[in-house]
Write a protein that binds this ligand. Structure first.
Ligand SMILES: [Cu+2]
Length: 158
């Protein structure tokens, strides 16, 4: 009898823990708990050789509870900018790129990117370029980062 009572009590503890875990998971995915909180890291621009356009890459991390959107980028290096997403080898212009709650938007070679168009000059390897990133539904709403120009073939993975 005492043994059965003990098991019953333990079972109760386990059930409570599981319920708490489920609630935490729900909060993380519902998007209703706190604003997006963004930080930017790992930015770079591969040197454009033949065009007056350059792609720009950053990683945006969202530690908040709400999805955010990267809506535009501005820089003294380019007269116009756009955002592109990439599926396979096809890229298409989009009005925003999503930074998921509790996740990240990782721009990179061969993937989603910011396009800097009508460059005001040809950037050289080692030059540093200031980008002003604009976000919706995020704190802060604007993040300014300075990123290096890398060799044309540069990839952070290799
Ligand atoms: Cu593109």
């Amino acid at each position: 009898m005492r043994r059965r009572a003990l098991l019953g009590a333990l079972g109760g503890v386990v059930a409570v823990a599981a319920a708490t875990g489920a609630a935490t998971g729900l909060t993380g995915h519902s998007g209703g708990h706190g604003p997006a909180k963004l930080t930017v890291s790992g930015g770079y621009i591969p040197q454009p050789l033949l065009t007056d356009e350059a792609a720009a890459y950053v990683t945006v991390t969202n530690t908040g509870g709400t999805d955010a959107q990267l809506t535009s980028v501005s820089t003294a290096l380019a007269a116009h900018t756009t955002l592109h997403d990439t599926t396979g080898t096809t890229m298409r212009q989009v009005t925003a790129l999503t930074v998921p709650a509790g996740g990240k938007l990782a721009l990179g070679t061969g993937g989603d990117h910011m396009m800097l168009e009508t460059l005001t000059h040809k950037p050289k390897v080692g030059e540093r370029v200031t980008l002003r990133l604009h976000f919706a539904h995020a704190v802060p709403a604007t993040i300014t980062v300075t990123v290096p120009v890398r060799p044309t073939t540069y990839s952070p993975k290799g």
